[in-house]
Design a protein around this ligand. Sequence first.
Ligand code: ADP
Length: 274
Amino acid sequence: MNIEFKNLTSIYHQNTPFEHLALNDITTTFKEGTYYGIIGHTGSGKSTMIQTLNGLLLPTFGEVSAGDILLKKKTKQRDVHQIKKHVGMVFQFPEHQLFEETVLKDVMFGPKNMGMDRETAEEKAKYYLHLLNIDASLFDTSPFDLSGGQMRKVAIAGILAMEPQVLILDEPTAGLDPKSHIETMSLFERIHRDMGITVILVTHDMNDVFEYTDEVKILSAGHLVKEGKTADLLTDETLLGKYSLEPPDIVKLVHDLWEKDIWFEQMPKNTEAF
Ligand code: ADP
């Protein structure tokens, strides 16, 4: 399932003194089976974009389409519910959303809430807990008695158990030590590869962008300033030409410019394919 944004504009508190334009006339496609990175500085519109992708926010102008689902400003809750079924979201610190009495019940909650019968929900829950290396002996414990790393895995299992076609990851490694960081990112990579699932990763970590994503979308002040294949960032004429560098020096340069906030100043204000 592709998800398409067509002339999508998102304005917070429209027609009030607090009106704020967060996304400005964005037309773009998230293709089925692709691993995307969404990058941009704080306030550039990343959160607004991912919340719009799964129906948490509706467009102020323009539309989002996914298969036969169409989201517009006045879309009915029924369609919003439909997109939520297909687009799973791993929020930052997903473990904060655990709430059930036992690990198993927590993972079963999402699938049951989507209309899956109890037996199937339990089957899925066990499958994904197993995939995340949560031992069956922990299924009946309270999720709050687990370690931080295990809690995060349980929360992620709960999202995977709904078997979304698109998985959004919002800074999924925030606060993790380097070992858990690699484990978590490798897990998502495996899920992406084995299940053919679309992954949309929001991150500030350029290493992860280069390591895992196929394509990037770069946001700056609500504009989609650049999109294209991640690998092509490494041969970006703007950067190579300006600094007369060859890859792989460019990788370091992108990191440095990113850190210093310089790169975005060079970006054109309109969308441009690599
Ligand atoms: P990012 O995720 O890249 O940090 P956001 O999508 O959170 O960016 O925010 C985009 C812009 O919209 C920012 O200028 C932010 O201050 C503003 N914004 C975000 N949420 C709200 C809100 N609930 N009300 C008003 N403005 C908001």
